[in-house]
Structures are given as C-alpha cells and as structure tokens.
Write a protein that binds this ligand. Sequence first.
Ligand code: FEO
Length: 171
Amino acid sequence: MLKEKIEKALNKQIELEASSSQFYLAMASWAETVGLNGTSAFLYGHSDEERQHMLKLVKFINERGGKAVIPALTQPPSTYSSIMEIFESLLEHELNVTDSINNVVDVCLQEKDYTTHNFMQWYVSEQLEEEALARNIIDKLNMIGNDKGGLYLFDRDLETLAAQTPADTQK
Ligand code: FEO
C-alpha cells in the first residue's frame, strides 16, 4: 500500500509529465505550421514520450493500491517567436521536471519506500538524457545563428532523430 505522502508526490509528477506532453504537442503543432517539419516530428514524438512517462506513473500508483489522479492542464502557448524559444522553454520545463523527480526520490527516502525509490530511478536517468539532449540542441542552434542553410540541415537532422525513435517503442 502506498503511503499518502508518496501517492501525493507521484500524482504531482503525473501532472508534470502530462503538462510536458501538452506543451510539446503545442510546440510540435506550431513548428508544423511554419514548415519546420523535422522539428515538428521530433516534438510530436517527444510529446508521445511524455505521455508514456505519465502512464507509467498512473499504472504504478494504481498497481500499488493507490489512486492515480488525471489532472486538468494549463493551456500552453500556441505561437512561438523562434525555434530557439521553443528549445529554451523545453529545457526550462525539463529542469522543473528534474526538480520534481528529485523531490519524489527525497520523499521516498524519508518514508523508507524503497520500491518506489527503485521505480523512480528510471526517471532519474531519463532526465539526465533529456536535459543533455535539450542542451545539445540549444548549442547547435547557437552555432547556426541566422544561417538559413544551417537551420535547414538542423531541421533535417531532427527529422532523422525522430524517425530513429518511433513513439510506440519509447520507454
Ligand atoms: Fe518525462 Fe521530459 O520528462
């Protein structure tokens, strides 16, 4: 049986993963409307991934005798000033997610819930990867600057990356 404090922390995490999915979906849609098809494919895939992160938490809570709460979500922005704004905002979002995951891990230790602690380790590693990827993308965008040819290649690279990680095989 899940302790109340743990259930509360995990449900808060559900909300964050769901809101990540929603935010990245809005970014994907905007990118599609401005012809950044690779960026859009990458973000649609990322949004699906976040939904899987949420579902994993829903199932874990319910399987352990708790009750997952499906949250209402804030409407994300529907337009963005640039591709850089998208990835800076994505990184900021991921840093918040990491803080929240660290908080869940902290609560697990306080409450001596080693099963949930073990379950959360997957999220800890996932955050490392996601933060590194977002930073890497921002570095590339900084290198490209206003070079249109560079942006074209960048978008094509993201398309390749998206194709390598189809949403249905994501963790
Ligand atoms: Fe599931 Fe990107 O945090």
